[in-house]
Design a protein around this ligand. Structure first.
Ligand code: SF4
Length: 289
């Protein structure tokens, strides 16, 4: 079930080339759990405290509630006027790549630019005087490797969580029972705002999703995300091990899908497109909506 993902800052977009920080105003910056942990380390605080202080929707997105600046738009919660990003060493991948985005389709990745005018020239005309460099040199200078590895590993986690939702739906007898509630729930969750979905999932599961074991080292994003998935899996097995009726399987399938969709948002996917993609796949295997 291949999924295309696109990671870019969206307007309602960061760079560190200019202290004016126009790119740190009026944007949306979504996070994966490893990025949240990196930002927390840069701020020298526990991930939970960082999440509660600087993020919204359970930690999937940075708050943009800082002092309004460029065009009167609110600043990222981590932006400090006359200084810039206060968590610069831990800044997430979208901030490192801006104004570029990263698209991954199957095993191929592309760096893309979505727009007609180069936004830095409008927001920070002084960049025109900066030395020219190739995209490859720019990306190398932003030290994106481990951030891209985390992104790719968490895409696997997202898919594995969704696969769990499929198993609970298709291998429990639920799909054969003419159940329609489960796919409707998947669709509804795909269209929910992040805060709504976070509330639906509840504190326990949001914490498990966004705040892996605080003792986990962020040095290796691959082992970090794999350990994280193992923890999620054992928690799910513990919770769902004693299910005896179909409504319980439906609820469990919904939970696994909700976790996949919420994580997917942090990875730059569109949850409603993702939900429809997975609903169509489930229907091809006999489920109904
Ligand atoms: S994390 Fe840092 S670089 Fe990214 S938007 Fe916030 S202040 Fe700007």
């Amino acid at each position: 079930m291949p999924v295309t993902t696109k990671l870019s800052l969206t307007d309602n977009l960061p760079l560190t080339c200019s202290r004016s920080g126009t790119c740190c105003h009026g944007k949306m910056v979504n996070l994966n759990p490893w990025e949240l942990a990196c930002l927390a380390e840069a701020k020298e605080m526990p991930p939970r405290q960082f999440r509660d202080q600087y993020c919204e929707s359970g930690g999937i997105r940075l708050r943009f509630d800082g002092r309004p600046g460029w065009k009167g738009l609110p600043a990222c919660s981590l932006y400090r006027p006359d200084f810039g990003c206060s968590a610069h060493p831990g800044r997430p991948l979208v901030c490192r790549l801006y104004p570029l985005g990263r698209q991954k389709q199957n095993e191929e990745q592309f760096y893309i630019y979505q727009g007609h005018e180069f936004p830095c020239l409008e927001g920070c005309p002084e960049v025109d005087g900066l030395p020219r460099m190739t995209v490859a040199d720019y990306i190398t200078g932003q030290a994106v490797r481990s951030f891209e590895a985390a992104q790719d590993e968490y895409l696997e986690v997202m898919q594995n969580l969704a696969d769990g939702a499929f198993v609970l739906l298709l291998e429990s007898g639920l799909a054969e029972s003419d159940d329609r509630k489960t796919l409707r729930l998947w669709r509804q969750m795909g269209s929910e705002e992040p805060q709504q979905l976070a509330q639906r999932l509840g504190n326990r599961w949001i914490d498990r999703l966004m705040l892996p074991d605080p003792a986990d080292s962020i040095a290796d994003p691959v082992s970090f995300s794999r350990r994280h998935y193992d923890l999620l899996l054992s928690e799910a097995e513990e919770s769902f091990g004693t299910m005896e009726d179909l409504p319980a399987y439906s609820e469990a399938s919904g939970l696994m899908m909700g976790l996949a969709l919420h994580l997917g948002r942090g990875l730059g996917t569109d949850p409603s497109e993702l939900a429809e993609h997975w609903i169509n796949t489930a229907k091809k295997h006999g489920a109904r909506d």
